[in-house]
Design a protein around this ligand. Structure first.
Ligand SMILES: Cc1cc2nc3c(=O)[nH]c(=O)nc-3n(C[C@H](O)[C@H](O)[C@H](O)COP(=O)(O)OP(=O)(O)OC[C@H]3O[C@@H](n4cnc5c(N)ncnc54)[C@H](O)[C@@H]3O)c2cc1C
Length: 403
């Protein structure tokens, strides 16, 4: 899949959600995958709190794991809009699996491509783009999440290696099952002087272990979440990404795409909830009429649709302009996630209300989506962190309000 510009006769004909024929084809491919493969396994994996590794490999075979990596480096060479399409469509059926996909393809693969040397790319991208290895990213710690620069994990240079000590918490894909550590991670740690550096850490490096697989999550249960432990963990110096102490820019660059794709997950959740509640309101009869005739039900559906469309337009507008190679639009990557995550939670809540008892049980799907939606107000930055960042960025660049 290679993105090319599809000229449109007039700007009014632009389809914001499928701007080129490649994007439209990608969406069609995803819809078929979701219908035939993703949907049938979603409930079972949620119940069992199990990550579907075969499905990730299948995504690899479809060229989806290196979606944003240029073709010459083994990827599909597509853009942020393509990434939004994939996350949106997967989340109409299985946001839990989609979170695992995000941690692998955005937090590891894209981040690695953007910040690694040619030699590091050659060593780590083929196995992760194919899905042979499962990747993730370790930033958060038991004592700090929002205050990320307060991290305590350290990396001390010792000749041709670094020695890492500390713990990373809440790491998606940190475990493959209850006992098995994931395959490879980008790990942030403080080097000399307290600045942050990034390391590629493999399962099998001495001193690197799975602390615990975190169980009984509210939602996104088809992805694993784990604590990772570094106990005098020995990492070759050639596994440091970029210069020592220069990693805040890696983080910021990656966080923009992470937040955008988390917002895309919210869109998928809301789209599915709308489909379910509209169908149910048509079919369900009460007091001799379909419940869609009742004003209160109409308010749930009308408000949900308008909010979903507003969020969708905002997300695709930001995606269209996102430059994957450098940071630059934090106010809007925070903004889309702030707006879309709460929108999805509220739409899922209304879907349950419209569907009554049927909405409250697992077979109704919206129950699971409601649980999954809550994560999006926390993971990848809390909504309070977005409000904080946006206010700071807007006060520094008031021009944003004059565009
Ligand atoms: C399922 C799941 C998957 C995750 N996957 C990953 C992963 O793969 N990699 C990774 O590195 N992390 C991951 N995370 C961690 C996630 O990014 C953090 O949970 C998140 O950043 C919040 O950090 P925290 O949980 O430490 O909460 P805290 O930062 O302790 O926040 C607690 C509360 O205080 C508020 N707060 C904190 N500071 C401020 C402030 N200045 N102003 C106002 N309010 C504030 C927060 O908004 C929140 O409401 C995951 C988390 C979950 C739940």
């Amino acid at each position: 899949m290679v993105a090319v510009d599809t000229p449109v006769a007039s700007w009014t004909e632009l389809d914001l959600f499928n701007p080129t024929s490649e994007h439209a084809l990608l969406r069609q491919t995803l819809r078929e995958l979701v219908r035939d493969v993703v949907e049938p396994q979603a409930l079972e994996h949620d119940r069992a709190e199990r990550f579907n590794r075969d499905l990730l490999r299948q995504c690899g075979a479809l060229d989806l794991l290196g979606l944003t990596v240029p073709a010459e480096a083994g990827g599909a060479g597509m853009d942020a809009v393509a990434s939004v399409i994939v996350h949106e469509e997967l989340s109409t059926a299985d946001p839990g699996f989609c979170l695992a996909y995000l941690a692998h393809s955005i937090l590891f693969v894209n981040n690695c491509y953007q910040n690694a040397s040619h030699e590091q790319r050659a060593r780590y991208l083929p196995k992760t783009i194919s899905g042979e290895w499962v990747g993730g990213m370790g930033m958060s710690e038991p004592e700090c999440g929002t205050d990320v620069l307060g991290m305590r994990t350290t990396a001390r240079r010792d000749g041709e290696r670094y020695v890492l000590n500390g713990r990373k918490m809440w790491i998606t894909n940190g475990a493959l099952d209850d006992h098995t550590l994931g395959d490879v991670f980008l790990v942030y740690a403080k080097t000399d002087g307290g600045a942050v550096s990034t390391f590629i850490v493999e399962n099998g490096f001495p001193g690197f272990a799975l602390g615990q697989k975190i169980k009984d999550k509210l939602g996104c249960r088809a992805s694993t979440t784990a604590e990772l432990v570094f106990d005098d963990c020995s990492v070759p110096a050639r596994n440091r990404l970029g210069e020592e102490g220069q990693s805040v820019v890696h983080m910021m660059r990656n966080l923009e795409l992470e937040r955008l794709t988390l917002a895309a997950m919210s869109l998928g959740i809301a789209m599915r909830c709308l489909r379910e509640m509209v169908r149910y309101a048509d079919e369900r009869v009460a007091f001799g009429r379909p419940i869609r005739d009742f004003g209160q039900i109409q308010r749930y559906i009308g408000d949900s649709y308008a909010q979903w469309r507003a969020a969708r337009s905002y997300v695709y507008d930001v995606a269209r302009r996102l430059d994957l190679s450098r940071p630059g639009n934090r106010v809007d990557s925070d903004g889309v996630k702030l707006f879309a995550s709460t929108m999805a939670k509220e739409v899922a809540d209304r879907a349950i209300q419209v569907m009554g008892g049927y909405g409250y049980v697992a077979e109704g799907v919206v129950e699971r989506l409601w649980r999954d939606a809550k994560l999006l107000e926390i993971g990848g930055g809390t909504i309070e962190a977005h409000q904080k960042n946006m206010t700071r960025d807007l006060s520094r660049a008031a021009g944003q309000l004059l565009r």
